[in-house]
Design a protein around this ligand. Structure first.
Ligand SMILES: Cc1ncc(COP(=O)(O)O)c(C=O)c1O
Length: 502
């Protein structure tokens, strides 16, 4: 017998499976809606009946399989190879193409794919002691994360405020003897525009430097849009000089989260991506990706999703999404006070306010109040604040409802007027430097903004119902202060719950 009074209890007593699941469901009820076409970020919903159940069943089959050792679990190796082969074919590689030797790896997401592209480029040049990468300002933040993690310097090339693209000549000028990688996007996440990939790859090749195309977001849709007749420029392995491409299957391949593919033009390009270690008494470690133990669940779910949807499925979903994008863009054009940041050329609709337009952050709150969850983007380097809509196939049946709600939200935002930061917050943020941010200042700011929940905010969750004040404050701060503030605010939210005696 175990004497519980002596050993104590770390955890509450176990509950029935139904109770545990009910708890998960209760917690989930407070989330943004992952399905139904009203959330324009974070989720990719094709609205294909039965697809979620199929993916969940495949996930369950392989959840406990460990990708650590492909010889122990050949099922996973076979599925990974099939996913890489599929991605290679979608992106212009494989037998009978100009890039027949494409190889790749399955990673956990776009960020991991980009970190590994940078690692492979860095480790291909051990003789370069202070490596650097060149990226457009519109490149995904994951490149900055890669540079930070891998101690690689980041050379950022501005994008034109008109085209939202970098000038290839400026990219060329940024290449130095220590540059190991030049990157571009197809398309960029923020505005959904495709960079001049052919020109950028050409300047990289001329300098003898690798060129990575970040197609994490659009790599699965752009090729299908091209087949539907859209004017999609070449951005894949058909472009000379492109050495690696990333594409996220958990975005427009509509797989559940946790799967991206990093492709290299050939095995030599991929080789420095691996990490192998035999200098310890345990098993010899050989990892193509960052994680060592990896669940087979996401990979099996992605495999089943791809097999089920097939080529015709993705073509149809791209067509449905294209029509939804066109409808949403029309809705934006029809409202006075808004303008598109760029004519849509992928699956993003991004708009900003004209000079006499509404306060965008108030508009975002008004849209939320009407059940439309959009993503505000802060002003940056001459680019105005904007509203981002990631459009997926599930949005199509909703498009007709969006226009009237957008018009009503704009009218309401006009009526409410712009957010004004309370004087003490405005002067604080004006004077504040990241270094001067003490825990007391952070707590005071968070309370002033209604962050962190609690009775005084009136909000059900950790965030206030209206975010315009928070966004206005962040927008007024330079990037380094934004970063510090967000780290501190999220730190306030990430606190352990200790059970009954919280
Ligand atoms: C262009 C691009 N690259 C990289 C990423 C990072 O992907 P993840 O969030 O899967 O790490 C994203 C995510 O939206 C993206 O749009």
């Amino acid at each position: 017998m175990i004497d519980e009074s002596r050993v104590g209890a770390f955890l509450p007593p176990g509950v029935g499976a139904d109770v545990a699941l009910a708890e998960v469901r209760r917690l989930r009820a407070g989330d943004r809606p992952t399905h139904g076409g009203r959330l324009f970020a974070y989720v990719y919903d094709p609205a294909v009946p039965g697809l979620d159940d199929l993916a969940a069943a495949a996930y369950r089959e392989s959840a406990h399989v460990n990708g650590l050792d492909p010889t122990a679990f050949p099922s996973l190796l076979a599925m990974e190879n099939a996913l890489v082969g599929a991605a290679g074919r979608v992106l212009g590689g494989g037998p009978g193409t100009t890039a027949p030797d494409v190889v790749g790896s399955v990673t956990s997401g776009g960020t991991e794919s980009l970190i590994l592209a940078v690692k492979a480029a860095r480790d291909a040049h051990p003789e370069i002691t202070a490596p650097r990468i060149v990226v457009p300002a519109s490149a995904h933040a994951a490149f900055a994360k890669a540079a930070h993690y891998l101690r690689v310097a980041l050379d950022v090339v501005p994008v034109s405020v008109d085209t939202l693209r970098p000038d290839p000549a400026a990219m060329a000028a940024a290449i130095r003897p220590e540059t190991v990688l030049v990157a571009c996007s197809a398309p960029s996440y923020a505005h959904g525009v495709v960079d001049p990939v052919a020109e950028i790859a050409a300047v990289a090749a001329a300098a003898g430097v690798r060129c990575h195309v970040d197609a994490c977001f659009g790599g699965w849709t752009l090729p299908y849009l091209r087949r539907l007749g859209e004017p999609v420029p070449a951005f894949d392995f058909t472009v000379p000089g492109v050495t690696s491409i990333s594409v996220d299957l958990h975005k427009y391949a509509y797989a559940p989260k946790g799967v991206s593919v990093l492709l290299h033009r050939d095995a030599a390009g991929r080789a420095p991506q691996y990490f192998a270690y035999a200098d310890w008494p345990g098993y010899t470690m050989i990892n193509p990706v960052i994680a060592s133990t990896r669940s087979g669940g996401p990979i099996a779910a992605a495999y089943a999703t791809l097999r089920h949807l097939g080529d015709a499925g993705y073509l149809r979903l791209a067509a449905v999404t294209r029509d939804a994008v066109a409808g949403l863009a029309d809705a934006v054009r029809a409202v006075d006070g808004l303008r598109l940041m760029a004519e849509p050329e992928s699956t993003v609709v991004c708009f900003t306010a004209t000079e006499d337009g509404p306060d965008l952050f108030v508009l975002v709150d008004e849209l939320t109040a009407r059940g439309w969850h959009t993503q505000p983007q802060l002003s940056y380097a001459g680019l105005p604040a904007s509203v981002h809509l990631t459009v997926t196939a599930s949005v199509a049946p909703r498009v007709a409802e969006f226009g009237p709600d957008l018009a009503a939200a704009v009218a309401a935002a006009h009526a409410a007027g712009p957010v004004r930061l309370p004087a003490e917050l405005a002067s604080l943020v004006g004077a504040l430097t990241p270094e001067a941010l003490t825990p007391e200042v952070v707590v005071g700011l968070a309370a002033g903004l209604g962050l962190g929940g609690g009775a005084d905010t009136g909000a059900a969750g950790p965030l206030p119902d209206r975010m315009a004040l928070v966004n206005t404050l962040l927008d007024a701060a330079p990037p380094a202060l934004r970063e510090r503030l967000l780290v501190e605010f999220v730190g306030l939210l990430q606190r352990p719950t200790w059970g009954s005696d919280d």
